[in-house]
Write a protein that binds this ligand. Sequence first.
Ligand SMILES: Cc1ncc(COP(=O)(O)O)c(C=O)c1O
Length: 368
Amino acid sequence: MVPLIDLKIQHKSIASEVEAAIKNVCENTAFILSDEMKAFEAEFATYCGAKHGVGVANGTEALFLALLALGIKQGDEVIVPANTFIATAAAVSHAGGVPVFVDVDPESYCIDAAGISKAVTSKTKAIMAVHLYGHPADMDPIMDVARANGLKVIEDCAQAHGTHYKGKQVGSIGDASGVSFYPSKTLGAYGDAGMVLTNSDETAEQLKLLRDNGRTSWYEHSIIGYNSRLDGIQSAVLRVKLKYLDKWVEARRAHAKKYQELLGDLAGLALAVEKPYARHSYYVYVVRADNRDGVMAQLKEKGCGCGIHYPVPLHLQPAYAFLGGKKGDHPVSEAYAQRIISIPMFPELTEDQVSEAAGIIRQVISGQ
Ligand SMILES: Cc1ncc(COP(=O)(O)O)c(C=O)c1O
């Protein structure tokens, strides 16, 4: 059996380092807004080429607080891709904004820059560019539309640790970026964790107030904020793991290359594409096939783990029915939601496992 993902192997490989780091936090009782957190903020921001990193409780709140810090208010429209995890849009809703869905590029699965300009209205205030599956959104045209219309840009980097756009790590191109360190992410914590990246001193200061009850000193509060802090134990774990991130991304890329070699000629299967401007980090490896549900049932039966990211585009989710989205609004996202399959992808996969998974996929697709 080749699993879709296995976090235990990675833990085993770094267990002694992680346990020592956690023990250190416990012995220092440095749990909240600790030196570990500040060190991780600085290290991860540097890794991403951003001036500031502000640690928060999770990726959803990273996006939500980024929107607030950038001034998104009740009724403001924020452009969001139709194909992404619901947290991207939920963050907009929590900030009082209205997500306006735009279809995705058929090769990169990321928001279609040309579609964004058509969705801009007098109420539009921002664009959420999601670097989905580890592939970067095409940021240059997105920034052009934003500049032409006076819009803020938030990068959703939840799936993009180690992703490059035109030779540069993503996360410092827009006005602010939200990062998730959910355990299964390419850089995953041992619980929930998140960060906002920004190059703006002012936005970083606002975020520090927002995440800590608006606190300017212990009993002084300049704004009504939230409690959304990155804890010391997660920071310590993430500091250990950050040292291995490049190695893990390289391993993912090697597996992707192998899938390409082994399955590139297979009719009836569309593999992941890396656009010329992209360095894909393959957080998930997504393929497309007809008869998706039948194919997935056979893959599982024959021992190839698989999943779907994501089966329902956001404009058709019950949670967003009130916005009046309907079938046909975003044809690429809708067609892909019926055809996409995520296949085994995590750094510790062996070459034999990649070959085994590819063999099963070939057998199942050829029999369609
Ligand atoms: C694209 C995307 N945005 C936002 C999030 C939210 O992150 P979190 O689960 O840490 O709140 C996730 C991950 O779960 C995600 O994949």
